[in-house]
Write a protein that binds this ligand. Structure first.
Ligand code: ADP
Length: 255
């Protein structure tokens, strides 16, 4: 049997403040899957991602990325992961091209390959004309594109997208969806967090709901709707957060 792309077992994260952000989370993502993690603000999504990418230290439990332990075998585990974080954490003093080149250098990519990969991604993300501009001068949409280009620069086998389309316009959202679907079809495993339920529905094979540090449901969109006895994923989500009364089916349609 092939190894899971991501295998999380009984993960607990207690911050020094005493907040228990993850309370025994287990999750398996198979190679090639496009998997969504949905949950309200404060549910623990970012903490789970931070533990997977070494930005936070788990209190208990284990995380394996393509068989590599995220702590004991950090280098190999981290090499397999590309992270597009929610916050636009670019180095504002680098140019667009340097951003990609330095990242790839950090991940050990030889110079020539770095140059070719940078060229290719600048094209893919319509950033070629901006290559010599400092990142701080880019528009919000361009920054978002660059974050994604940087995340895939070292050809990670598992790509983690933390709310990649928050606050982006319709065209860019659809552009990103097309890109994400393409690289998934080419073999990249993807873990996506989003607040846009239609994004998860449109793109993802499987969806997990996380609430208050625990996985409370997992399956395809229709399985989840069936489990909560409702018509669609959004209503299943509302059932999860105890807000069924907000269902769109209860909003009058303006004629
Ligand atoms: P989400 O990404 O789903 O919004 P988070 O993982 O950011 O959720 O947060 C989960 C819980 O952990 C929240 O109660 C949040 O306030 C808390 N938390 C997150 N980061 C920290 C931190 N660095 N120190 C203390 N508490 C934190």
């Amino acid at each position: 049997m092939p190894e899971d792309a991501l295998r999380i077992e009984d993960l607990v994260k207690r911050y020094p403040t005493g907040v228990e952000a993850l309370r025994g989370v287990s999750l398996d993502i198979a190679p090639g899957e496009l998997f969504a993690l949905l949950g309200p603000n404060g549910a623990g999504k970012s903490t789970l991602i931070h533990c997977t990418t070494g930005l936070a230290q788990p209190t208990a439990g284990s995380i394996r990325v393509f068989g590599h332990d995220a702590i004991d075998d950090y280098g190999k585990a981290r090499q397999a992961v590309g992270l597009a974080p929610q916050e636009l954490n670019l180095d504002w003093f680098l140019t667009v091209e340097e951003t990609l080149d330095y990242h790839a250098g950090y991940f050990g990519m030889p110079k020539r390959e770095r140059r070719e990969r940078t060229k290719e991604l600048l094209e893919t993300f319509s950033l070629t004309e901006k290559r010599d501009e400092r990142t701080r001068t880019l528009s919000g949409g361009m920054k978002r594109r660059l974050i994604l280009a940087r995340a895939v620069m070292h050809r990670p086998r598992l790509l983690i997208l933390d709310e990649p389309t928050a606050g982006v316009d319709v065209e860019l959202r659809l552009e990103l969806w097309h890109y994400v679907q393409r690289i998934n079809q080419e073999g990249t495993t993807i873990l996506l967090t989003t607040h846009y339920l239609e994004e998860a529905e449109q793109l993802c094979d499987r969806i997990a709901f996380i609430n208050d540090g625990q996985i409370v449901g997992e399956g395809t969109s229709s399985e989840l709707a069936g489990r909560y006895g409702v018509a669609n994923l959004e209503d299943a989500y509302l059932a999860l957060v105890g807000r069924n009364e907000l269902s769109r089916s209860k909003i009058e349609v303006v004629s």
